[in-house]
Design a protein around this ligand. Structure first.
Ligand code: BTN
Length: 335
């Protein structure tokens, strides 16, 4: 019941009241039962004003990632209807893979694993992902699509696009995609994406798309201090007061991902999304250094093609770079 009340209060926003009568009718419970739930929400840190003859108004919500708080924001058709939340876990990607292996067929498709803290958060190329309590949004989407495994790497790009759009919607900040796995703000990394797949030659068993977003951090471990930033740091720089709700941010990103993923599934490529993606690509038009294990080279990034490969104009002509093999750096620094 608390979950439903929260949902109605969030829906009304911070300006509107929801009448006690309406809550009782929608939930089919007594006024006393509603009042008790409101008290419990207040104890959990929600600031709720109660005014006679008007009802209840949610003035502020604590940034907690409870299942109730997440469910009250999520408005998708199918994605994230099953949320597995952990206050602490080794890695949301690892947990999503464990779940995938325990489930049959398409069961578990669209499930998400969320954690407040990860003890072994994983980054790309065997690196770790700093994941302290209460600071970031760490979550993984489990997918079991019927696609050619060769098309799976594009899901990282679909995710990056969704994350940028979700952050823009909730914060009004203007992050950009750094191909293929990162999202940046003012030249610093704010999001990392790690996609892992279990597949046979022509059949995908499952794909997990994990995302780590720096939200409330005010400082970072020394090794990433120069290249990382958080949403709070960037909001503060702009003199904005916003208190970010990670549950709201999660819900916004899920909604975007559901939309873009369905478009991707129709063609199993990015043909419909290329333009939108390239508009948000920080590398577009930039001089880049391609860190290819077979030999580094420089050129000008022109954008992605319909398969999500980065097209780089070099002295020898246009080269297509695929995301699995290489990283890209700006020639003057990280971006
Ligand atoms: C990178 O930039 O190297 C990718 C970082 C991905 C981190 C996220 S946090 C949630 C999910 N669980 C993990 O263990 N890793 C991903």
């Amino acid at each position: 019941m608390k979950r439903k009340i929260l949902q109605m209060l969030h829906q009304a926003g911070t300006e509107e009241y929801v009448s006690g009568q309406e809550l009782c009718e929608k939930l089919g419970v007594s006024r006393t039962a509603v009042w008790k739930s409101i008290q419990q929400l207040k104890e959990a840190g929600y600031v709720i004003e109660a005014v006679q003859n008007r009802g209840y108004r949610l003035m502020s919500a604590p940034d907690i990632l409870s299942e109730g708080e997440m469910a009250s924001w999520i408005r998708t058709k199918w994605l994230g209807h099953d949320v597995r939340y952990f206050t602490e876990i080794d890695s949301t990607n690892t947990e999503a893979k464990r779940i995938a292996e325990e489930t049959q067929g398409r069961e578990g498709n669209g499930l998400i694993v969320v954690a407040d803290m990860q003890t072994s958060g994983k980054g790309r190329r065997g690196r770790s992902w700093s994941s302290p309590h209460g600071t970031g949004l760490f979550f993984t989407i489990l997918l079991k699509p019927d696609i050619d495994p060769a098309n799976a790497p594009m899901l990282t790009l679909v995710k990056a696009l969704s994350v940028v759009k979700g952050i823009m919607e909730v914060t009004n900040l203007e992050p950009r995609i750094k191909w293929p796995n990162d999202v940046v703000l003012n030249g610093k990394k704010i999001v990392g994406i790690l996609t892992e797949m279990s597949a046979q030659v022509d059949y995908v068993n499952h794909i997990v798309v994990g995302t780590g977003i720096n939200v409330h951090q005010t400082e970072f471990p020394e090794e990433i201090a120069k290249t990382a930033t958080s949403l709070d740091i960037e909001l503060k720089k702009q003199g904005k007061e916003l208190q970010i709700s990670r549950a709201q941010l999660l819900a916004a990103i899920l909604k975007k991902f559901e939309h873009y993923y369905e478009i991707y599934l129709q063609t199993q490529d990015l043909s419909v999304l290329t333009e939108e993606y390239n508009r948000l690509l920080v590398n577009c038009g930039q001089k880049v250094r391609v860190l290819d294990p077979l030999g580094e080279f420089e050129g000008q990034a022109l954008g992605i093609d319909t398969r999500g490969e980065l097209v780089v104009e070099t002295e020898k002509g246009a080269v297509k770079v695929s995301s699995g093999e290489v990283s890209v750096r700006g020639i003057y620094g990280y971006v």
